[in-house]
Design a protein around this ligand. Structure first.
Ligand code: GLU
Length: 484
């Protein structure tokens, strides 16, 4: 059977980095073997589930490029299936109605505690050969409990945690349907994983304790033939949680936890995936992975069992490495999104891929890159006093005049030719390059900072460069006259 994994978020908020890592591991494990990656929305908690949260999860997955196969399963659309199976389990003796009230059950738990046992339901309504059940009280809608096998152990061969062994005697008879007939969470998950043909359940280790119960229910479903041909339970892999630097579970207190908040901070999706894949998994000492490399090397069974610590500085470093190395056309769409967000319209300016190539060594995030790119798409609206005072005093304007003349005569508007022309101006004036370059920067950007002059002017183009040099020269002359 083809490897089939799933991501099964509860839509109660945005897609957070912990969920994204679980999704990534599931996606990688499926894609590595040409298998199937499914998406299931666990929306049975109607109070807390919202359509906005579903959309936020879909947006996050799309941005990360974690495409799922087939349609999306929504648990709320599957109630009939759950109900039918609950009926069949009762008929087959794997489940039974229980009329104990919540207070009764609390009293049973209390009694068990008093005896020094694990608090649990005492099995009052559980049928047994020769046992006479109490008379059902009138007017009570019973819950349905799963008759957990009482002998033997439930063993989960977890791919990450190793064998998890639980004596069945420690498992309560779990409620699988409430008094109003609605199925409970643990039951829905089992049915879904069975019906969706999931071969590998990869999820957060906050679900480890549910797993033996889910496995016991699944075995009963297989026993009554509900699983069709399939007789094997899935394999499980419980991925440890992500902690903040203070050792507490990662939460908003630690800064951004939503995947889309990282987008807004200028992190690349490939960089976030790269950072997340390394949280709890390693391939030698390699730190930077393309998605293809992750697919080649990732191994779910080599994920570490212990919690991982989220390090925002390392994420930033990984991001910078990706910005430096990625082909410009792969960064283009994301870069364009950031330009738009900053109100920068790139039409009519230099090609985005050229700007990316010039700026990639200078930006840790795409937010920074877009900020630095603004000068190529927006006119100079003013000149910074500090820069002008430092680099704009006479004879700065004369240098600009010379640069303007030298550049106006260039046949070839390429960085090499621009570079040579600017150097010649400095040589002829017998000054250091900075005495020419800084006035140019003021003229073309209004500040003392820009990428290398040759590349900056090349990107701006001949007409725009000459116009800005002329305007800068005017401005510096005006200032000098006022001062003079
Ligand atoms: N809906 C659960 C969650 O968001 C995941 C359950 C599962 O993967 O089995 O934590």
């Amino acid at each position: 059977m083809a490897v089939t994994t799933r991501f099964a978020p509860s839509p109660t908020g945005y897609l957070h980095v912990g969920g994204a890592r679980t999704a990534l591991y599931s996606w990688l494990h499926a894609r590595q073997s040409g298998g199937v990656f499914r998406l299931r929305i666990e929306d049975t908690d109607r109070e807390r589930s919202t359509p906005e949260a579903v959309q936020a999860i879909l947006d996050g997955m799309a941005w990360l490029g974690l495409a799922h196969d087939g349609g999306i399963e929504y648990q709320t659309e599957r109630f009939e299936r759950y109900r039918a199976l609950i009926g069949q389990l009762v008929e087959a003796g794997h489940a039974y109605p229980c009329y104990s009230s919540a207070e009764d059950v609390e009293a049973m738990r209390e009694a068990a505690r008093a005896r020094g046992d694990k608090p649990r339901y005492d099995g009052t309504w559980r049928p047994a050969p020769g046992k006479v059940l109490p008379e059902p009280p009138a007017g009570v809608d019973p819950v349905i409990r799963f008759a957990t096998p009482q002998d033997g152990d439930t063993v989960v061969h977890d791919l990450v945690k190793g064998d998890i062994i639980l004596p069945n005697s420690e498992l309560d008879d779990l409620v699988i349907a409430r008094g109003d007939g609605t199925p409970t969470y643990n039951f829905c998950v089992v049915v879904d994983d069975m019906d969706m043909g999931i071969t590998h359940v990869i999820r957060g280790d906050d679900h480890v304790n549910n797993t033996p119960r889910q496995l016991a229910i699944l075995k009963a479903l297989i026993d009554i033939g509900a699983a069709g041909e399939r007789a094997e339970p899935p394999q499980y892999a419980h991925v440890p949680m992500i902690l903040g630097a203070d050792g507490k579970r990662l939460s908003k207190r630690h800064g951004a936890v939503s995947v889309m908040a990282y987008r807004e901070q200028g992190i690349l999706p490939q960089a976030l995936l790269n950072y997340l894949v390394r949280l709890g998994w390693a391939h030698g000492d390699q730190e930077i992975f393309s998605v293809d490399e992750m697919l080649a090397h990732f191994d779910i069974s080599r994920v570490q069992g212990g919690a991982a610590t989220f390090d925002p500085d390392k994420l930033l470093w990984v991001n910078q490495e990706h910005i430096k190395a990625a082909p410009a056309d792969r960064l283009e769409a994301e870069f364009s999104w950031h330009l738009q967000r900053q109100g920068i319209d790139p039409s009519g300016g230099p090609a985005l891929t050229d700007v990316i190539d010039v700026l990639r060594e200078r930006a840790r995030t795409l937010v920074e890159m877009a900020e630095k790119a603004a000068m190529f798409y927006q006119p100079v609206t003013g000149y910074e006093d500090k820069a002008v005072n430092k680099h704009g005093k006479p004879p700065a304007a004369e240098r600009l005049a010379e640069v303007h003349a030298a550049l106006a005569g260039l046949d070839d508007w390429q960085p090499e030719a621009i570079h040579a022309a600017v150097h010649r101006v400095a040589e002829q004036a017998e000054v250091g390059l900075g005495k020419v370059a800084q006035p140019i920067r003021i003229a073309v950007s209004g500040t003392a900072v820009s990428p290398p002059i040759d590349q900056t002017l090349w990107l701006l183009g001949r007409d725009e460069s000459l116009a800005r040099l002329a305007a800068g020269m005017e401005y510096l002359r005006g200032i000098a006259e006022d001062a003079g």
